[in-house]
Design a protein around this ligand. Structure first.
Ligand SMILES: [Zn+2]
Length: 240
């Protein structure tokens, strides 16, 4: 296989060329937008490049559609090079086959070791399990810290649950004394997570989002709005 690049009106088109026993020149674009071209051994490279150029508009249109498609669907997958956010920092995912499923972090690389590198469900499960282990002590510490700040409000110390949720950052069940935090929060920095923890704890004082609720929120965290906005920006791209 060799890597080739042509330019079409200034747009670079990179493709992988494989020599096969085929009659025609074939172009394929996979889900990740990688362009593969196969051609017989005797076809000159120049002819192949010319052929790709003749199909450039079709290629560009397909890549654009693919990008629209990929940005529309939640990116619930782990693969080499995928960006992963943990506590506001960006990491690059690496997938490696191993006897034991586990996750290791070093120098900005999150390596997901897995028995089956084709099984994305399995890798997500391994990663999520690891991520819960990362999130748990951090969320718990924040809960205790914020709970202490609210001493004067007479709030009971709630039990904390972590769940992966699609539509909300947290929830609060006053009658059961339970605060549930979204695992997705671990993508954000501490300041943002803290805002959610405070929000949920304040529901023990004010169950609804009435005016009084926001008076309390302002009182304990004057910059809660900026923190919340930041939260929404970081999490807009996919589940993990
Ligand atoms: Zn609320």
């Amino acid at each position: 296989m060799s890597r080739q690049e042509i330019e079409y009106f200034g747009i670079p088109i990179e493709f992988e060329l494989t020599r096969k026993q085929v009659k025609n020149i074939n172009i394929r674009i996979n889900e990740e937008g990688i362009i593969s071209v196969s051609a017989g051994k005797s076809v000159p490279v120049e002819d192949i490049r010319a052929f790709v150029e003749s199909r450039a508009e079709w290629i560009i249109r397909n890549l654009a559609d693919l990008e629209r498609y990929n940005s529309a669907k939640p990116d619930n997958d782990i693969y080499n090079g995928k960006k992963l956010y943990i506590l506001g920092n960006v990491y690059t995912a690496r997938v490696e086959e191993a006897k034991k499923d586990r996750v290791e972090v070093e120098d900005g690389i999150v390596t997901v070791y897995t028995k089956d590198t084709e099984d994305s469900e399995r890798m997500i499960k391994t990663y999520k399990k690891w991520l819960v282990g990362v999130a748990e002590p951090i969320f718990q510490q924040l809960l205790e810290k914020v709970h202490k700040q609210l001493e004067g409000e007479g709030i009971p110390m709630p039990e904390m649950h972590i769940r992966n949720m699609k539509t909300r950052w947290g929830s609060c069940k006053v009658s059961d004394k339970v605060v549930t935090l979204n695992l997705q929060l671990i993508k954000n920095d501490i300041a943002c997570i803290e805002q959610v923890v405070l929000h949920e704890l304040l529901h023990f004082v004010q169950p609804n989002h009435g005016e009084e609720f926001y008076v309390l929120l302002e009182k304990y965290m004057p910059d809660w709005k900026e923190r919340k906005q930041h939260l929404e920006e970081k999490c807009k791209d996919g589940i993990f």
